[in-house]
Design a protein around this ligand. Structure first.
Ligand code: NCC
Length: 276
């Protein structure tokens, strides 16, 4: 089978991955009194559009990158899970427009999700690894972590903050793009938060710069820039098909290899800027 070109891959993402968030009228949520806690307007109409966006991976190679100013110069900045800015401004900047979090962060004791100020800036977008069917009823009854319980608690404590839940169909539509474009079978687990956030921003921004998703010359075994914990699997993947995600992003990159090597920077076009 023919390997697709960058523009062809971009068109596949644009046409085949639908970015939706849960709304109060969706089944089975419409039956629950707490459905009114879900935002009435979909994310697309409440956030953006933005000209330039930065997606900041949590990779250890961001340490000593000095990329903070460049990252903050974007109109919107996305960060992931428990990645802090406080104390790391020089390397990762301080602006947070969206924080994409997995359901493990919401549920595990050590993240203090309900009380930590880490989660209070910008809009929150949460996701949970759903069954492949992406059926909302099936997922509701067996989420990986108690995402809905924690969502309700958080919304009651922070009613003013924008907080969305991604529709799980997005995970698996994106996974199918990965599998379809790889020569070998990939693990049947959803893509990492990094790729989900990248595609989310491609639907909101004209240009998306991703930092240290494809590792620069600073590539390290250090898992996160904010922790002294080493594990190469953080960069290469174990549960998530991370290596395949990176392969796909490399093929779609519109920046130079030098940008990757020196700055860990990839350039992707927003979905609204090209026709298919
Ligand atoms: O580590 P994590 O990801 O929070 O990182 C966010 C995104 O940055 C990219 N990344 C990170 C580290 C690295 N060395 N290279 C990278 O490219 C990835 O794209 C990653 O998605 C997740 O995807 O949600 C993940 O979350 C963690 C963990 O749940 C949270 O950090 C909270 O502690 C997962 N780790 C574990 O479960 C132990 C990780 O597998 C995926």
């Amino acid at each position: 089978r023919q390997k697709l070109s960058g523009p062809q891959l971009l068109c596949q993402l644009k046409m085949m991955v639908k970015i939706t968030t849960l709304t109060p009228e969706m089944e089975p949520f419409s039956k629950f009194p707490w459905a009114s806690l879900l935002p009435a307007k979909p994310l697309m109409s409440a956030l953006g559009p933005f000209k330039t966006c930065a997606v900041v991976s949590s990779a250890g190679s961001l340490r000593n990158s000095g990329l903070g100013k460049e990252i903050d110069a974007h109109d919107a900045v996305v960060r992931f899970n428990a990645a802090p800015t406080l104390g790391f401004e020089k390397d990762v900047g301080s602006k947070t427009t969206v924080r994409l979090i997995n359901s493990q962060v919401m549920a595990s004791e050590d993240h203090h999700f309900l009380s930590s100020s880490l989660y209070s800036s910008g809009a929150l977008v949460a996701w949970d690894p759903a069954p492949f069917s992406s059926d909302l009823n099936e997922w509701y009854n067996r989420t990986d972590y108690p995402i809905f319980k924690q969502y309700q608690r958080y919304r009651r404590l922070h009613p003013q903050q924008l907080f969305y839940i991604l529709h799980p169909s997005m995970e698996w539509q994106l996974w199918e793009r990965l599998q379809d474009n790889m020569a070998e079978p990939i693990q049947k687990n959803p893509p990492s938060s990094g790729l989900l956030g990248t595609v989310l921003m491609m639907s909101l921004c004209d240009v998306v710069h991703i930092y240290e998703f494809l590792p620069s010359r600073r590539k390290t075994e250090l898992c996160h820039y904010y922790q002294n914990f080493k594990d190469a699997a953080c960069t290469m993947g174990a549960y998530h098909p991370l290596l395949y995600e990176k392969n796909l992003v490399k093929r779609m990159n519109q920046g130079s290899d030098k940008d990757i090597y020196n700055h860990g920077r990839v350039t992707l076009p927003g979905f609204n800027t090209f026709d298919c």
